[in-house]
Ligand binder design. Structure first.
Ligand SMILES: [Zn+2]
Length: 158
């Protein structure tokens, strides 16, 4: 492992960790070497001697600066994306239910149970049920799925 003191074209100084001198050379030539502060690819070695790490007995070495910076960035961009994806999916589920299920409001449990008993024709229904009603439905063996709350979509709010 070698550590170089590196500097970008607008004078951000940082350390780069490399397997060896060739690794630095190839990363630098293929443009993989970027400044962790501004992302510039114009990175050069500061004119100091390369240091060899001698911390083999310390157990944990700090991660290379370059990949640390990347990890932070990707973690930051990933979770909102996933959250947006989840919201989108949830929105589709709600859209499907709204289009294909008849809204029976708070008569949901009543209707679901009588459909289950064969007193009423089977249909796709949606509605609201209290805790007691949910319990009653479970006792009657009615299968109902509770949907997570509808996502708030600022674009679609009128
Ligand atoms: Zn820079």
């Amino acid at each position: 492992m070698v550590i170089y003191d590196l500097i970008c074209d607008i004078d951000h100084a940082f350390e780069g960790w490399f397997k060896n001198a060739e690794d630095f050379q190839s990363q630098s030539e293929s443009g993989l070497l970027t400044c962790p502060v501004c992302g510039s690819e114009q990175v050069s070695k500061k004119l100091t001697a390369a240091k060899l790490t001698k911390k083999s007995n310390s157990g944990t070495l700090p991660a290379p600066q370059r990949s640390t910076a990347q990890q932070v960035v990707s973690a930051d961009t990933q979770s909102p994306e996933k959250f947006a994806q989840l919201q989108k999916m949830l929105g589709r589920v709600h859209g499907f239910v709204e289009q294909n299920f008849e809204d029976v409001g708070n008569k949901f449990a009543e209707k679901a149970i009588s459909m289950h008993k064969g007193e009423e024709e089977q249909a796709n229904i949606r509605g609201i049920a209290s805790k007691d009603q949910v319990k009653k439905m479970a006792e009657e063996g009615v299968e109902a799925v509770a949907l997570p709350p509808k996502p708030i979509d600022p674009d679609k709010v009128n």
